[in-house]
Every structure is written in structure tokens, then in C-alpha cells.
Design a protein around this ligand. Sequence first.
Ligand code: HEC
Ligand code: HEC
Ligand code: HEC
Ligand code: HEC
Ligand code: HEC
Length: 368
Amino acid sequence: MILSMERHASYPMLFSMIALSVMFFNCEGPEGPAGTDGTDGTDGIAGVDANETCKVCHNDGGMLTGIQAQYAVSGHATGGTANYGNQEGECSECHTSQGFVYYQANGVSSPTHFASVSQPDCRACHMIHTEYDSTDWAFRVTDPVVSFRDATQTFADFGTANLCVACHQTRSSALPALDATADVSVDTKRFGPHHAPQGNFMDNSAGQQFTGVAYTPSVHTVVADGCVTCHMADGGHYPYGGHTFSMTASFHGPQFNDTACDVVGCHAGADVKALITATKADIAPLLTELKAALGDYLDTSGYLAERTIVGTDTTYTSPTEDDPIDFDPVVLGTVYNYRMIAFEDPGYAVHNPKLARALLQNSIDALP
Ligand code: HEC
Ligand code: HEC
Ligand code: HEC
Ligand code: HEC
Ligand code: HEC
């Protein structure tokens, strides 16, 4: 290939080179004055053998492949929302690795979508291939997180779990002020906190906190390193914990990682799974009562709507962008609380059951 190109190119090139040298020879004038001496250069820095730094991670040990294998079965890898979340403006900062990196670097959502995206991966959470040494395991987020929805709110310091809270927090609908009395126009039936209010639960700040029963936080909210301590506890021989980020696994039946509950010491030897079931059963009647109380404002799927009953016919009208509906601010706050606990944080009974109870009770009492 190269040879044949040279063969084709050689004759014209040779001619022009001869022509050029003849030109320079003919144009040469008298010698100019000598230039001043240059300054001494600095000594070069000894190069790092790239191969050696790569080996910090890319080596014949099983650490990297082992963690990749755990990550591969995690909800982060398998959830499949990266492409759906690859949108202009909001979504990509939590649903894609690229969008998260952009948001953390620029403090705003990427204004354009990305040509291609991946799920929240190693690069989202760690500074992979920045320095090409072990410092690349550093976390992309280390400081307490400023709320995505409300720039005036900063979450509590959860140590290594600040990283988790950067994405696992409420967004979408803004709650009306607690003392608001005027109706609020809403243009979506999805009024609520979005799917991941775990950070707000752990921060004891979730939901519309009507007055009534005190909002005393569960002791789980002060577990050191929060989410990480429970969800990444060493999984032993079941595919949970570590980089699966999961408390549960399905292997020879449903399995539950109670290691974290024991490590912290409070539930050593206890049947924690039964404790969770009992806590949920204890909270369930409050959920049922609130749902019934909100009958005029929740459609059959649990979305915000307005119910009209004519004779034996029941119609639900959902707010849309074209046809917004005005709602009482107390109704909106209670719908938000109901949806958050009924649908959006499957772990509420562990993350902060006391908050869930108080929110439900106070919502029931706040409704006219
Ligand atoms: C801090 C640990 C670390 C160091 C140091 C490191 N890598 Fe990586 N490398 C990773 C991780 C983690 C991945 C991504 C694996 C994944 O996504 O599953 C990766 C992926 C790769 C890939 C696959 C393509 C890609 O970019 O995802 C190549 C190629 C690669 N590294 C080359 C190198 C080279 C060459 C060096 C040294 C100059 C190096 N790495 C240093 C951790 C490291
Ligand atoms: C870059 C944003 C981001 C960060 C950081 C993040 N998550 Fe997630 N997480 C997500 C998204 C998005 C999903 C859902 C993925 C999907 O469905 O495609 C998810 C899913 C999960 C799930 C699975 C939920 C289920 O229903 O199966 C768990 C558990 C979880 N995350 C825990 C954590 C923990 C613990 C941390 C901190 C170590 C963390 N996450 C950090 C965005 C993030
Ligand atoms: C502040 C971070 C954040 C933003 C912004 C965000 N999400 Fe999410 N979203 C999450 C997290 C975290 C989860 C996973 C929650 C879980 O599994 O418990 C999630 C879950 C979801 C799910 C459910 C996935 C499933 O497997 O059930 C959908 C769908 C979704 N988001 C769509 C969107 C869309 C569309 C947008 C933009 C309009 C968006 N999200 C913006 C954090 C965010
Ligand atoms: C959702 C965020 C998240 C993702 C995605 C993630 N990690 Fe991690 N990683 C963490 C957290 C948090 C810790 C600390 C765990 C602890 O303290 O027990 C950690 C710890 C580690 C450590 C130990 C670091 C040290 O300094 O000893 C390694 C190695 C590691 N992760 C590699 C990976 C690799 C490889 C991937 C991709 C396959 C990955 N991580 C994906 C959050 C994440
Ligand atoms: C005290 C331990 C503990 C802490 C701290 C904790 N979780 Fe959980 N989390 C659990 C348990 C246990 C479940 C399962 C609850 C159940 O089965 O009802 C769960 C459920 C979840 C779920 C639902 C999906 C699933 O796997 O069932 C997500 C997502 C989640 N947690 C994320 C987080 C995030 C993000 C944080 C930090 C903001 C956090 N958790 C803090 C123990 C904890």
C-alpha cells in the first residue's frame, strides 16, 4: 500500500523538490549577524511508565472483574432507563453516566442530549481514567448534596453516601408552601416526588410536613455512611451487597442481606426481614385510610385527578398541559405524601418508618 503510493507520487515530488532547492540556492544573499544565545532549558521530568500505572487496576488480580460482575447484576446496570433519560434538560443528570458527569462538572443539566449514553456506571461514581492511578477510585461527589429541587436546601452529611443522595432524591413537583391557602394550578397527573425520595427520607425532610405528630427521625438516618453501609455490606455468597447495591437477591429463593443490620450491632441475631414485614403491616392501615380520604383526588391508578359522580357514573378528570386543574394546596401536599410512600420509596419501612407514620397521620388530620 505505502510502497505503491510512493511509486505513484515519487516522480512529481522529486521534481518539485529539485525545483525548490534550485530556487533557494539562487536566492541566497549575504550572511546575517549571529543571533543571541538561547536560555538553558529545564531538565525533563522522568516519564512514568504508563503500563505500570495501568496495572494498578488492569492486572491479573480478580478485583476489577469481580466488581464488574457485581455491578452487572445491579439495578444501575440493568434498569434500562439511560436512553429514555437521555433528554435535553432534566433527566440525564441522574439516569446517564454522561449526564451525571456533566451535571457535577457544570452545576446544570446538559442542555443537549448525548450521542450515546450508558447507565450510571464506574465512571459516574468514580473518577476513572483521570489520573490513571489509584486516586481514580475517588468519588465524583463527596460533599453534602444541595437539593436538586430546592437550591436553598442542603442534605445532611451522609459520608460516602453523599454520592447516592446526589441522584436518589426528590425532583419534579414543587410542594406548595405549608401555609398556602390559594388553589394551585397543576398541569400533570404525575404530581409527586418522582421515583427516588430515599435521600429525603434519610434526611428526615421528605414530604409535606403538616403539623401534628412530631417528625422524630428513625435511628437509621444516622447510620454512618447511610445507604452505603446497608446496601453495599459484604454479600458473602449471595448476589447482594457490594456493587450490586441490593439488599435482596433471588437465588435458591428470596434472600435478604441482614449483614448490615448485624454489623451496626442493633439487630444482631434478629429476624430483620420479619421486622420489616411487621413495620409495613403497622403502617398499612394509615396508607389505606389516607387513600380513602383522598378518594376525590386519586384516579384508579393512584394519580392526581378530580372525581365527578353523576348518579352511578364515576368520572376522573386528569390535569394536563392543555387543561390544567386548580387544587387545594392541602390536597396537593397529602397526594404528594401518599404517592411518595405508596409508590416511590419501596424501602420507606427501613429508611425512616417514623417519618412515614408521621406524614401519613398528619396528612389524614390535615384534610378537611
Ligand atoms: C483506577 C483504576 C484504573 C486505572 C489506573 C486504569 N484504568 Fe482503565 N479502566 C478502569 C475501569 C474501572 C474501567 C471501566 C470498566 C467498566 O466500565 O466496566 C477501565 C476501562 C479501560 C478500558 C476499556 C475501554 C474503556 O475506556 O472503558 C481500557 C482500554 C483501559 N481501561 C485502559 C487503561 C490504560 C491504558 C490505563 C493506563 C494508562 C488504565 N486503563 C488505567 C480502571 C482503571
Ligand atoms: C448517577 C445517579 C445515581 C447515583 C450516584 C446512584 N444511583 Fe442508584 N440508581 C440510579 C438510577 C437512575 C436507578 C434506576 C436505574 C434504571 O432503572 O435504569 C438507580 C437504581 C438503584 C437501585 C435499584 C433500585 C431497584 O428498584 O431495583 C438501588 C438499590 C440503588 N440505586 C442504590 C444506590 C446506592 C446505594 C447508591 C450510592 C452508593 C446509588 N444508588 C447511587 C441513579 C443513581
Ligand atoms: C434527581 C435525579 C433524577 C432525575 C433528575 C430524574 N430521575 Fe428518574 N429516577 C431517579 C432514580 C434514582 C430512580 C430509581 C429509583 C428506584 O429505583 O427506586 C429513577 C427512576 C425513574 C423511572 C423508573 C424506573 C424503573 O425502573 O422503575 C423512570 C421511568 C424515570 N426515573 C424517568 C425519569 C425521567 C423521564 C426524568 C426526566 C424528566 C427523570 N427520571 C429524572 C432519579 C432521577
Ligand atoms: C453508584 C455508584 C458506584 C458505582 C456505579 C460504582 N461504584 Fe465502586 N464504589 C462506590 C462506593 C460508594 C464505594 C465505597 C464502598 C464502601 O465504602 O464500602 C465503592 C468502592 C469501590 C472500590 C474500592 C475503592 C477503594 O479505594 O478501595 C473499587 C475498587 C470500586 N468501587 C470499583 C468500581 C468499579 C470497577 C465499578 C464499575 C464496574 C464501580 N466501582 C462502580 C460506588 C460506586
Ligand atoms: C438501615 C439500612 C438502610 C439504609 C441506611 C438505606 N437503605 Fe435502602 N433499603 C434497605 C432495605 C432493608 C431495603 C429493602 C426494604 C424492603 O424489602 O422492604 C431498602 C430498599 C431500598 C430501595 C428499593 C429497591 C430495593 O432494592 O428494594 C432503594 C432504591 C434504596 N433502598 C436506596 C437507598 C438509598 C439511596 C439510601 C440512602 C439515601 C438507602 N437506601 C439507605 C436498607 C437501607
